[in-house]
Design a protein around this ligand. Sequence first.
Ligand SMILES: Nc1ncnc2c1ncn2[C@@H]1O[C@H](COP(=O)(O)OP(=O)(O)OP(=O)(O)O)[C@@H](O)[C@H]1O
Length: 347
Amino acid sequence: MIRLEHVTKTFQTKDGDVHAVKDVSLHIKEGQIYGIIGFSGAGKSTLVRCINLLERPEDGKVIFDGKDLLELSDKELRQERQKMGMIFQHFNLMRAKTVYENIALPLRMMKKDKAFIEQKVMELLELIDLVERKDSYPSQLSGGQKQRVAIARALASEPKVLLCDEATSALDPQTTQSILKLIKKVNQEMNLTVVMITHEMLVVKEVCDRVAVMENGRVVEKDDIVPVFVNPIQEITKNFINTTNNSNKINELIKENHPLTQLASNQQLVKLKYSSSNTREALISKISRDYNVDCSIIFGNVEVIKDTPLGTLVTVFTGEDENIRHALDQCKKEGVYVEVMKRGHID
Ligand SMILES: Nc1ncnc2c1ncn2[C@@H]1O[C@H](COP(=O)(O)OP(=O)(O)OP(=O)(O)O)[C@@H](O)[C@H]1O
């Protein structure tokens, strides 16, 4: 659906060149919800604005629906842009227009007739559950309601893609959930491809199928969502993931040499992560029996990544070195992520 190939965007400023996006290649498939995460200034907004050419990259290709957008005439580009809706952190609604008129705006620009507009806007108002507020003005709505109107306006031209630039960043956690639910719904019911820029891993965890992590203009890691959560490679990705649960607390306890993490010479402290719901009990008791090791869990957590449960266990393994090694090899064979966090040593 969208293929970015070696996209590069540099801004010339009076203080010199700002390399906002450097050599980024991504493939966003039809029907996917694709997250782009990074800290402020990482280049996320610039990258997403390169997708609809609100920013023109100086290098690379932006291929949408098989067409290289950089090769199109202005008229052709306008047509392709109609297939991409966009929503923003601060909603960008027209203050002097009602909810109804805000949603109707793109249809009026497309010169659709009155009956078509009426039907489409009412459909969209029902979708966003705001039929009763059709004559309200944006200033009379809550943040969540404004974002719903912005989503309806973005969907009015029946786009194939919805670009979301920090769409939930100005909203409280509960309203964020309701907007994410709406985005998931339109993704599933309308087969809409969604690109979500965010600095919140919780948003990615809730809705995305795939994620790219940006740092200093580059994509430093990209993968499907479950593998990223099970086995993040880059430090920045690990830090983002740590914001979604408290399993990193154990690292602090290790640093402090907390009694929970003090080990005898025949013990190892091991983090296990698994992505299917029934692995835990069966695997732990099985390896304990088969390899003659004791496993005592000191931390356990299950979180749901999109719709997949992902478990984390921090476990003290007690036994012969050789036996623990075999037990951990068995875990790896079963698809469990294994990280030895600390080994006991002979004083
Ligand atoms: N029009 C512009 N002119 C000059 N520099 C720009 C322009 N737009 C963005 N930048 C710079 O490019 C870099 C990337 O900015 P961008 O807004 O893409 O990052 P971001 O990850 O979306 O951050 P944020 O979440 O804060 O918006 C920053 O250093 C920013 O200052």
